[in-house]
Design a protein around this ligand. Sequence first.
Ligand SMILES: C[S@@+](CC[C@H](N)C(=O)[O-])C[C@H]1O[C@@H](n2cnc3c(N)ncnc32)[C@H](O)[C@@H]1O
Length: 188
Amino acid sequence: MDRLFKNAVELSHKIIASTVGEGDIAVDATAGNGWDTVFLAELVSDRGKVYAFDIQEQALKNTEQKLKERNLSHRVRLIKDGHENMKNYISEEVKAVMFNLGYLPGYDRTCITRPSTTIKALGSALSLLKKGGLITIVVYTGHEGGMEESDSVMKFISQLHQSEWDVAVIDFPNRKNFSPYLAAIQKR
Ligand SMILES: C[S@@+](CC[C@H](N)C(=O)[O-])C[C@H]1O[C@@H](n2cnc3c(N)ncnc32)[C@H](O)[C@@H]1O
């Protein structure tokens, strides 16, 4: 059985895979341990390109390692800077931007994504998106500051004009322990 609603991360991959393909340009706004970067690099093929951002050296090391093991490094530009600065590095339109908010699993839990930079980055991501392009945001509420960030994200995506943007949220209401939810935006 293919579990469509296993969790927010897997659902984000299904949605992204429906739209991103060979030759596309995509962004991983929070590289972390590199799983989303690898996923995007595999989708875009040798003709495409992925930009991956993180502010932590450790995250970029972990991501680089995973890419090397899979011979995918040449498809990815790793950038040690905040995603709120993505427009300093990307000038072309992109097919997708993935956000996986919160902290780097297994490392410093106080180094988290924060409302003001997340919202600035979402604004930049919207402005870089191609028609039909996607933004996915995996949002966590269980850590300190998580609920505040979730409120900011919900407020931001709720005011996007429906004539330009399709916005959806999928939550997992019967899960225990603050399971993350998925927000997604498609440019019409
Ligand atoms: C939940 S993890 C990402 C998981 C990752 N997508 C994966 O597949 O393993 C969140 C990451 O966001 C990073 N982060 C925090 N603030 C950031 C910012 N302003 N810009 C870019 N990354 C940031 C953290 O360092 C952390 O590695």
